[in-house]
Design a protein around this ligand. Structure first.
Ligand code: MLT
Length: 331
């Protein structure tokens, strides 16, 4: 057997086996990148309850938090192959597989939770969902709204862009986020989510950015002291289903997946409104020192939008796409 056959036959067999399993499965596996207790967990739990109710208990969902089923970007690959059923992960970790969703992570495009809702639930969300099916073999069936990604670090208070100088900041493996920190004058360190806590703890990196609720769920306050309330990305965390697994289901099960996803999304929006402020206060009470960016974030915003947006017009499908998004948001 030549090398190509030797590699392809087992891969093909594994993927056929996975498809057959998907068709028969009554218990679905859902990967979560974050630890239990954050917005991903809340969305996943709500979806599980609703979906199990809607299928009269015939179908079940088991949640595997904290990267147990692999790093967030790997879960997209596994879902595309049909070896994983569901995953909840940050949108920035979907972008490498479906670049048009990058419009949702361009810095300072989304400026409020309402903007985030408008984009995900409206025409733009529908178009991006169709694109991820086409590009990545996964279907977005729900959204967790996680709040703005704030900057945390273990070294010193940061308020101006210049304060970042000399700091080693971890970012996801996402070109837009890398380019944003470069616009702010430093070269960030791209790193998988599963490695981030240890890297912060061992001071391999000084800081990172993620929403308050995620910082709390991941216990980053134990290894990070300073927070800066930047608002460059509103963290959206889609619930994706393997398109292969979805297509293997009977119409009534597909309907239950879509309905449970919609209802869990609505719940996630309410959860954010009711929880974020409390979590921020709890983190402050536990010793985190919170600062606002200088001059209403003007310098951060100007540098990022001027330098980063034009670099990504092509990958998001043209400048027209961004113009359409901004128009939808009334800007
Ligand atoms: C990341 O920073 O890689 C993600 O935003 C983590 C997450 O899903 O919470």
């Amino acid at each position: 057997m030549n090398f190509r056959k030797a590699v392809l036959v087992p891969v093909l067999a594994a993927s056929l086996f996975a498809t057959a399993q998907g068709a028969l499965a009554t218990t679905f596996k859902m990967a979560l990148g974050d630890a239990a207790g954050g917005t991903q967990w809340e969305l996943g739990q709500k979806f599980k309850t609703l979906f199990e109710q809607k299928t009269g208990g015939k179908h079940k969902v088991d949640l595997f938090p904290n990267g147990q089923l692999g790093d967030e970007q790997n879960t997209v690959n596994n879902a595309a192959l049909g070896t994983l059923d569901f995953s909840v992960l940050a949108i920035n970790n979907v972008t490498p597989f479906s670049p048009t969703v990058g419009v949702l992570t361009l810095p300072y495009v989304i400026q409020s939770a309402e903007d985030a809702r408008e984009l995900t639930l409206g025409e733009i969300g529908k178009e991006l969902t169709a694109n991820t099916v086409r590009d990545a073999g996964v279907r977005i069936v729900g959204w967790a709204y996680s709040g703005f990604r704030v900057l945390t670090n273990s070294k010193r208070p940061v308020t101006s862009v210049g304060d970042l100088k000399g700091m080693v900041i971890r970012v996801p493996k996402n070109e837009i986020m890398i380019a944003t920190y470069q616009a702010w004058g430093i070269n960030p360190t791209p790193m998988a989510w599963t490695e981030t806590f240890t890297a912060l703890q061992q001071r391999v990196v000084d800081g990172q950015d993620n929403p308050y609720i995620t910082v709390s769920a991941m216990k980053f306050n134990e290894v990070q002291k300073y927070v800066t309330n930047i608002r460059y990305i509103f963290s959206l965390e889609p619930l994706i289903v393997s398109e292969q697994v979805f297509q293997d289901q009977k119409p009534e099960v597909q309907k239950a997946i879509l309905e449970a996803g919609r209802e869990a999304t609505e719940y996630s929006f309410q959860y954010l409104q009711q929880t974020e402020d409390r979590i921020r206060k709890e983190l402050a009470a536990k010793g985190m020192q919170i600062s606002d960016p200088a001059n209403g974030e003007k310098e951060w915003m100007e540098k990022a939008t001027a330098q980063v947006w034009p670099k990504f017009y092509a990958s998001i499908g043209g400048k027209d796409k961004l113009d359409k998004v901004l128009k939808t948001l009334g800007r």
